[in-house]
Every structure is written in structure tokens, then in C-alpha cells.
Ligand binder design. Structure first.
Ligand code: TRP
Ligand code: SF4
Length: 400
């Protein structure tokens, strides 16, 4: 019933590197061409773990937006905004918290995992427990149905789905819903009413999903029903009441193959990154001094690419011809490691070239970035208010 809408967020807790580019941003750039996209800076989520270091967040918010723009995220195609500038995220979070069983939050795997991993921080807080609920609010408030995230985030999207169902179940029963839905069916005209009823029965009695899909597409084609009636008919199809919050789906991004300089995952905490807009000299230095196969102590020692982090970079950046050259040359000691690294250096610099170019104008004039975000926040705010109106009404908060 709602058009496809993609939403994703990123926490501003450190500078972006090539791992983010290959794992997330390249994907966003593709998605923005196909779907309506909302991308936001998840600064409230950053505070759940960095509540004692607000300066880190402040510093990274704007740099991160410039990195997005550098990577090719296009404000003419996608809406870019900052989470905390849309207070309705916090409002929906608090409203959803009323119906969220504690156990649902405690059993989200990231809760215990992160507490165990980040032992230097006290994550025994209300905010941290609520992290995935805040994320649910982010998603549900825009009625986003597609959420591109990494595998680790899948349980959070699952929670958002459960919360939306629970919300609809509790609040989707407007007074006289059945009667109103029956009236709306009549408005379909006699032939389509009949088809609608048959398909609905088929689904409700036999669980026939094809019938459900057919009924949904019948509704999709309706042009002369009000939004309210349409929503009722969609809700009535699945039994109970109105769909106020729609269920999102995960779009699993394939894991990035981008390794760090040391063959572990590229990550700020491991100090093994090349940042998105890193200067050419620094890129050259980092790659030149990168670890190679420890067995190649001398130029004349043969090596094994499988034991060398540089090879992982070739897998990302090099064509078959270069890869053959590396395999042969390494195993026969026919090439030196510096020689071997040269095509990688060139490929990384070539990848960064358009990013530097796109970033330049924003680096020179930070107000451009402020304006993009101001526009995005205005749009996001409008969308959020549409949902909040329904949510407040459903929860009995629209006193006049
Ligand atoms: N938790 C996400 C991450 O760490 C960031 C995020 C916050 C997010 N809100 C979101 C992602 C909503 C997708 C949708 O990567
Ligand atoms: Fe690694 Fe290349 Fe040196 Fe072989 S030649 S050890 S693959 S850098």
C-alpha cells in the first residue's frame, strides 16, 4: 500500500574508511537510483555508547556527511538528515516503550554481546537496552519497508517487525472498524467486492498467501477510495484492524570483502584503516609499509599470497591479469613486494580520486553541507509527523 521506501542510518563515532565505502556506501549509491531513500546520521544511537564523549560525535557528524557526499550519495536523489533534529524519533521511542516487553530487548543478541565486548564502558544503562527500540522507531516512523543493514543488525529489524505487529494489534482496532471496513468493501463496486471477499476468505480460512497477494494488488489498483478506506481494507484482509505501522524488511547487504591493512576487518579500533578521503602520500605510505607474507624476509625468498594481506587487496581491486602476475611472481620470487603493491596503490588512489573531487566543494564551503541537511531534516520531519499523527491518535493522545 505504501511505495517502497529505503531507510538506513550510520552512527557518527569515527571517521569513515574504505571498509564503509565497500560495505555500505556503494550500496546506498545504487539504492538511491532505484528507490526513495532516507539516510540519516544516527547521533542518538552514538550517544548510547559514547554518552561520555559527546565531542567525538560532534566532530564526526559533519565529516560523515561529507564522506557520504564524497562517496556519491546524492542529495538530489536521497534525503539526508540528522536523527536528533527530528524530535519525533525520541517521541515515538518513548511511546513504543510503553508496549515493549523488557524480555524482547534483553534477548536481542547485540545487547549482551556489546556489553561483554566493550568492557571499558558501562553499558548497563536504560538507553543502551533501548538501542534496538530506538532503531525500530527510526524505521517505523518513516514507514520504511526496506532497511539495508549488515547481518549483525538483522535482529534489530526483526524487533521492529514485532513491535509494529504488536502496535497494530493493540491500537489498530478503531471503534466500529468492522462496519467501516464493510462499508468500504461496498465502495469497491459489486464485482470487485465479491472478488475481495472471496480472496479474503481464502486467506483467512486457508492461509492462502497467493489470495492475500491477489487481494493486495486488487487494492493497489483502486483509485477512487480514500486513504482511510484503503487502509481499512488492507487491515481487514489480514483479519483484525488497521495497519498503522507497517512492517519493514531487511535488505541484507553482502558483507564487505574489504580487509584492513593487517588482514583483519578494516576497523577504526584496530588502527588498520585507509580513510575515505585520506591524502595520496599517506595512502602510499600505509600500503608500502603494509605487512606481507612473513616468510619473504628477503627479495629472493618465494612467498605465498594466501598468507599476505596485500593479496586480499588484489582480490578487491585487481583484474585476472594482475592477479596471475602476483601469484606467479610471488611464488617464484620473480617480483618484489613493493612492486606487487604498486597496482594496489594505484587502484586505491583511482577509487579515491572522484571522492576527493566531489568533496572539495563541501570542504571549501561547509554551509553547503548545512543546507543539504536542513533541507533533508525538513522533509524527514514532514514524513515523521504524518506517522506521528496516526500514532498519537491511536494511543489516545490527540486531545483538543
Ligand atoms: N544500528 C545501526 C548500526 O549500528 C545504525 C542505525 C540506527 C540504523 N538506526 C537505524 C540502521 C535504522 C538502519 C535503520 O549500523
Ligand atoms: Fe604479498 Fe605480493 Fe609480497 Fe607476495 S609479492 S608476499 S603477495 S606483497
Amino acid at each position: 500500500m505504501f511505495a517502497d521506501r529505503v531507510l538506513s542510518g550510520m552512527r557518527p563515532t569515527g571517521s569513515l574508511h574504505l571498509g564503509h565505502y565497500h560495505g555500505v556506501l556503494k550500496n546506498w549509491v545504487e539504492l538511491q537510483q532505484e528507490f526513495e531513500c532516507l539516510f540519516f546520521v544516527a547521533d542518538l544511537h552514538a550517544l548510547t555508547t559514547h554518552y561520555d564523549a559527546p565531542e567525538i560525535i560532534e566532530q564526526n557528524v559533519w565529516d560523515m556527511v561529507v564522506d557520504w557526499l564524497a562517496a556519491g550519495v546524492d542529495p538530489a536523489q536521497a534525503t539526508l538528515f540528522i536523527q536528533s533534529r527530528i524530535p519525533a524519533h525520541a517521541e515515538l521511542h518513548v511511546l513504543l516503550s510503553m508496549i515493549t516487553p523488557l524480555g524482547w530487548l534483553e534477548r536481542v543478541p547485540t545487547y549482551k554481546d556489546q556489553q561483554e565486548k566493550l568492557t571499558e564502558k558501562n553499558l548497563n544503562t536504560y538507553g543502551f537496552l533501548g538501542y534496538p527500540l530506538l532503531q525500530s522507531a527510526d524505521i517505523l516512523i518513516y514507514r520504511a519497508n526496506r532497511v539495508p543493514v549488515g547481518e549483525d543488525q538483522a535482529p534489530h529489524i526483526e524487533l521492529a517487525r514485532e513491535i509494529s505487529r504488536r502496535f497494530n494489534h493493540i491500537y489498530g482496532k478503531e471503534a466500529g472498524f468492522r462496519e467501516k471496513a464493510e462499508l468500504a468493501i461496498k465502495k469497491l463496486g459489486s464485482r470487485k467486492s465479491k472478488v475481495y471477499r472471496e480472496l479474503r476468505n481464502c486467506y483467512l480460512e486457508k492461509g492462502d498467501n497467493e489470495a492475500l497477494d491477489a487481494a493486495k494488488s486488487l487494492l493497489d489498483e483502486q483509485q477512487n477510495l480514500s486513504m482511510g478506506d484503503l487502509e481499512r481494507l488492507f487491515g481487514y484482509l489480514e483479519g483484525g484492524g488497521k495497519i498503522i505501522l507497517s512492517e519493514p524488511e531487511t535488505m541484507l547487504a553482502q558483507a564487505s570483502k574489504m580487509p584492513g591493512l593487517d588482514n583483519q576487518k578494516m576497523s577504526n579500533s584496530l588502527n588498520n584503516t585507509i580513510s575515505l578521503r585520506e591524502g595520496a602520500e599517506s595512502v602510499r605510505n600505509k600500503i608500502r609499509t603494509m605487512q606481507t607474507d612473513p616468510a619473504r624476509k628477503r627479495r629472493s625468498d618465494p612467498g605465498d599470497p594466501d598468507k599476505c594481506p596485500v593479496w586480499q587487496f588484489h582480490l578487491v581491486y585487481s583484474d585476472d591479469k594482475i592477479k596471475d602476475w602476483v601469484q606467479q611472481g610471488c611464488k617464484s620470487a620473480g617480483i618484489g613486494c613493493l612492486e606487487c603493491k604498486q597496482p594496489v596503490i594505484e587502484a586505491v588512489l583511482a577509487e579515491q580520486q572522484p571522492m576527493h573531487e566531489r568533496a572539495r566543494m563541501y570542504e571549501d564551503d561547509p554551509t553547503l553541507v548545512r543546507n543539504i541537511i536542513a533541507d533533508g531534516c525538513e522533509k524527514a520531519n514532514q514524513l515523521a509527523q504524518e506517522t506521528m499523527r496516526d500514532v498519537r491518535e491511536a494511543m489516545g493522545l490527540n486531545y483538543s
